[in-house]
Design a protein around this ligand. Structure first.
Ligand SMILES: CCCCCCCCCCCCCC(=O)SCCNC(=O)CCNC(=O)[C@H](O)C(C)(C)COP(=O)(O)OP(=O)(O)OC[C@H]1O[C@@H](n2cnc3c(N)ncnc32)[C@H](O)[C@@H]1OP(=O)(O)O
Length: 213
């Protein structure tokens, strides 16, 4: 089957913002730690308070001390977008807060990712917190813009919640740049499940000033 050819400025499967990137030294190890920490968070949120909670907490602190003993990386530089990819709270494999969502080109000039969100992301009982949905959409719209060649900051994001988004259900997050005018870029996106669209968003993004990019 022939891949559709993206129009100029649209995300392609070969886009560097979507392609697997060369792993920075130690990235695999950090991703392993992040996956384990993610499991700890999920388990803690689900747990009946164990009788030996204080002892278990002490063990977790000891593990954190051991990890910290190997040193800390410096705060990222503004001009290092690679850092964002690994450590951001949505797709970042190195960030235990990230579900993580895996995003790729959707073949029509936009981007798409899937994730199944568990109890750490709960808002209304059994459903995803609205702020989490906004976070996913903000980030995926940002990736769609980046994949279309625009490194841009969110100026505003309008989120519409159409129906509650259930936890523990695979959801699909889509984003697409829809227009650009000078430094101003507009993008839209949705979060859907097999039951239809639960959340949609549109945003204005402003390309990073050339002297800062
Ligand atoms: C972040 C980059 C990473 C990329 C990595 C890739 C993938 C990762 C994805 C990560 C995604 C993470 C996503 C995140 O989390 S981004 C983090 C959340 N966003 C921010 O923190 C942004 C904070 N705001 C700013 O930094 C500045 O205000 C910006 C950069 C937005 C503009 O300040 P700047 O000094 O640069 O520009 P300007 O003031 O000359 O304005 C220029 C034009 O824009 C128009 N305008 C401005 N604001 C608004 C507004 N609110 N409504 C309507 N219009 C607005 C303005 O009228 C003018 O229009 P015109 O008069 O020319 O017609």
């Amino acid at each position: 089957m022939t891949e559709p050819v993206p129009a100029e400025g649209e995300a392609s499967p070969a886009d560097p913002h979507l392609a697997p990137e060369p792993a920075p030294t130690g990235a695999e190890g950090i991703a392993q730690l992040a996956a384990a920490a993610r499991r700890v968070v999920d388990t803690v949120v689900h747990a009946d308070p164990p009788a030996d909670a204080a002892l278990l907490a002490a063990k977790l602190h000891a593990i954190a001390d051991e990890i910290a003993g190997s040193g800390r990386i410096s705060p990222p530089r503004w001009d290092n977008p690679e850092h964002n990819r690994d450590h951001n709270p949505v797709t970042g494999a190195a960030n235990p807060l990230a579900p993580p969502l895996t995003v790729s080109a959707d073949g029509t000039g936009g981007v798409v990712g899937t994730a199944t969100l568990g109890f750490p992301y709960q808002g209304p009982p059994g459903h995803v917190h609205g702020g989490i949905s906004a976070l996913l959409l903000d980030h995926v719209l940002g990736i769609a813009n980046a994949a279309a060649g625009h490194r841009a900051m969110t100026a505003w994001l309008r989120v519409s919640y159409h129906r509650p988004l259930p936890l523990l259900t695979e959801c699909t997050v889509r984003g697409k740049r829809v227009s650009s005018e000078g430094r101003k870029i507009r993008a839209t996106g949705t979060i859907s499940t097999g039951h239809g669209t639960h959340v949609s968003a549109e945003g204005l993004f402003v390309a990073v000033r050339p002297d800062l990019a």
